[in-house]
Design a protein around this ligand. Structure first.
Ligand code: AVW
Length: 256
């Protein structure tokens, strides 16, 4: 550790790592608000404070998703009907796609999703420190700090869903609608029939290979959704592996 780092934190009771997570959090929060005027009613200090209380001083394997309720209730986020994009096992392709256009909104395009995307964090029992290394991994324990956050944030995102919602699923794997995914265990279960009209599945496939919309896991999804909501599924070739790179964008944009 350099003397400069020690010095700059000499007046603070938290460790350099606590400071760096807080700084990253506040910086990303403020950058998001700058770029998204509709979220300007949010206060990043207040949001940080609600966030850190979820896990600071707790066993990092014993943070239930409800621990993030105060965070979720602190954030002011307008729902965007007809433009919400859910995904499962397609993180890269979804974000390569949404990066270039504003018409679809993923969890990672909302304030909390944007802030925490790519970060790792946890606390420790009987400590007021925040750690960004040495935290339990996704499957090390069920109620880990990071996984519970994504479960809770996904639940809030799905609760807010309205109109026609889209889900981008992976047609290159055996089970595109994976029963253990967040999409299956949390999001689909929280769509409210009174607000959500339909679910459109975009199954991203590699040229005529892999699974189709007839896949048994997608039939399970259809059964779970209908008759409450309308269901439809379209197979779309992976825009980055086929010569027709516009295809995915066009098919998706057709829905609007
Ligand atoms: P996912 P979901 N180890 O692609 O439906 C480490 O399965 O669950 O899609 N990290 C993991 C693991 C693991 N075993 N499993 C999942 N993750 C992390 C929020 C990893 O970062 C959005 F709204 C992976 O990229 C979507 O609609 C991410 O969890 C939906 O939930 C997603 O796993 C995507 O969740």
């Amino acid at each position: 550790i350099s003397l400069g780092v020690v010095h700059s934190h000499a007046l603070s009771s938290s460790s350099p790592s606590s400071e760096s997570l807080k700084k990253t959090f506040i910086d990303k929060c403020e950058a998001f608000i700058q770029n998204n005027k509709s979220s300007s009613a949010n206060n990043c200090q207040k949001i940080w404070s609600a966030f850190q209380q979820a896990f600071v001083g707790r066993d990092p394997c014993n943070v239930p998703m409800e621990a993030y309720d105060p965070l979720i209730h602190t954030v002011i986020q307008d729902p965007v009907c007809n433009r919400m994009l859910f995904w499962s096992k397609t993180k890269k392709i979804v974000h390569d796609f949404t990066e270039k256009r504003d018409c679809f909104l993923t969890l990672e395009d909302t304030l909390v999703g944007f802030i925490m995307n790519g970060l790792t964090w946890c606390g420790k029992e009987e400590s007021n420190e925040t750690f960004t290394t040495g935290c339990p991994g996704w499957t090390d324990c069920v109620n880990n700090t990071v996984r519970s956050f994504w479960n809770r944030a996904s639940a809030a995102f799905a609760d807010a869903a309205c109109g026609d919602v889209t889900a981008m699923l992976n047609g290159s794997i055996a089970t595109p609608f994976s029963p253990t995914s967040i999409f299956a265990t949390i999001e689909v279960k929280r769509f409210k029939a009174a607000k959500v009209k339909s679910l459109s599945v975009v199954l991203v496939t590699k040229e005529n290979k892999g699974t189709t919309c007839d896949d048994p896991s997608l039939q399970d999804l259809q059964k779970e959704i209908e008759p409450k909501l309308k269901y439809n599924c379209k197979a779309v070739p992976d825009a980055y592996r086929t010569p027709d790179r516009q295809d995915l964008s066009r098919k998706l944009s057709d829905r609007l």
